[in-house]
Design a protein around this ligand. Sequence first.
Ligand code: AMP
Ligand code: ZN
Length: 630
Amino acid sequence: MCAALCLFFLPTRASNAIFTALEQSQDAIEITSEDQVIQYVNPAYESIMGYQQGELIGKEIIEVPKSEKNKPDLLETINSCILKGKEWQGIYYAKKKNGDNIQQNVKITPVIGQGGKIRHYVSINRPLNDNNKSEKSTERVQAESQTDIQSSKHKDRRKGSLDVKSITSRGSDGSSQRRHSSMARIHSMTIEAPITKVINIINQAQESSPMPVAEALDRVLEILRTTELYSPQLGTKDEDPHTNDLVGGLMTDGLRRLSGNEYILATKQPHHLPSHLATPLSLNDIPPRIAQTMETEASWDFDIFNLEAATMKRPLTFLGLKIFSRFGVCEFLNCPEATLRSWLQVIEANYHSSNSYHNSTHAADVLHATAYFLCKERVKQSLDPIDEVAALIAATVHDVDHPGRTNSFLCNAGSELAILYNDTAVLESHHAALAFQLTTRDDKCNIFKHIERNEYRTLRQAIIDMVLATEMTKHFEHVNKFVNSINKPLAALEENGGNSDEESVKSVLTSPENRILVKRMLIKCADISNPCRPLELCIEWAGRISEEYFAQTDEEKRQGLPVVMPVFDRNTCSIPKSQISFIDYFITDMFDAWDAFADLPNLMQHLDNNFKYWKGLDERKLHSLRPPPE
Ligand code: AMP
Ligand code: ZN
């Protein structure tokens, strides 16, 4: 790192001031890297030594001509001192660019970086006024001065002074001035980043803090300087293998690419309307058996698998019609019900019924949970009608064309989708993009056709944001942002004497940034709410996701691909253990936070029961979904 760049990590004002001090100093200052490559010389150095900065930066010290007037072993002595991390101070002859020798009082200070290694050497050189001093006296000072810093510190107080004007009036040297001012500009640009502002505020607070606080803030700074601020750091050794595999499988993508094996997904055309299936003309035409199954859809305990059976695996179209009608989506979009119906059918046809988990029943389940959450008082206070419509559409499309394989798998396999989306949020990007392609390419199913352009843009942005929020690599980021920006401020307002200030609560709930966080949390919780469903439904979902993971492991083995989640091997996997890990790692904290916001006692009760159920099986060392029959 360029030494000047180190200054960026200082508090704003302090770093500017220190940079100015360097530039204005009358001492010639030179900064080198640990391997003694010149990284910076100040204007005084240029002026005294006759070099331009550009001629020296990047050169090794050893390449710069040396004066023959120094004692032959002096350089060796200096090096042996500073390489040990000790400061050296003494008199030294330097050779100017024009060949003249100049006698200077030199102080070289090694700068130790984090981890105790030398990172730079700072050399401060003050020309001695009396250039005619005898070599004898020089030698004497040299002998005395070496490492004897304290005694020599005040020996060479400068008598004369360098002509300050000669530095500050370097205006004639246009290029040099430009260089310095652009350096200052970069300097102030970089420190404008929000994280730098945060670091600066902490730095400044440290200056006036007692030692224990300053030390605690040091640790805070260390964490802030890392890039992965939202992902918990999972220990490598003793961590439970189920958690490890779930984290590895769900929270990583291209980074885990271990093999160059090619896996090309079956390239297929998106599905069109399935003409052979009888489809309802409108809500009124829904067959009575299906209508009856959906009567309880407003309840959390609604059984989606009954609907799956009653609709012959097309629950999304039917439930979509009912829920969208309940929320007045057609009125909002100004679209005929027939268009909504066609749209639901096209979207459902593009879910893979062959996936055991990521099929249209999962989408219908997420739509159901989304609709349930949208009816909660706090959520209603926070969101606008357009947010509700966006959430319902996002839930419907959020896993469309899911291939039943994880992002890690697609990246490892070099699939077409992974190539298209650069190994980044591959599936979620595909779900969102395909949803809009399917919707807009045919007027018959274009539910957006009749809304105003700006409204479409807002809606589209919100849908994309929510679908992308279901990507598990961002799980902790979304949850933590929600807790910090919404849960905590609301709790603080409520604590203020109980009768919280309505206006402040409203502004927390409805600010545009917070509404985005609420929508992300809502779809995330809806997406992985299966551990909060009634026990029988929870068990069914656990069986389905396990089967999908097993099928992936089977294929990885068949294709010689890296096995992303080795614990999900159908021959050895403990499903109860995997569910305990999933709940512990991803679910508990997230639903605690969501419950604190939306008030969901029923879900929390189920979660508790279900967790105990898996624990019970695990304590009996059972690996299956259910205990064997008595
Ligand atoms: P999505 O692909 O949008 O459904 O994202 C949710 C992720 O959570 C998926 O990768 C699922 O595999 C995972 N998931 C959901 N439910 C469970 C569960 N009960 N056990 C383990 N993983 C799950
Ligand atoms: Zn999903």
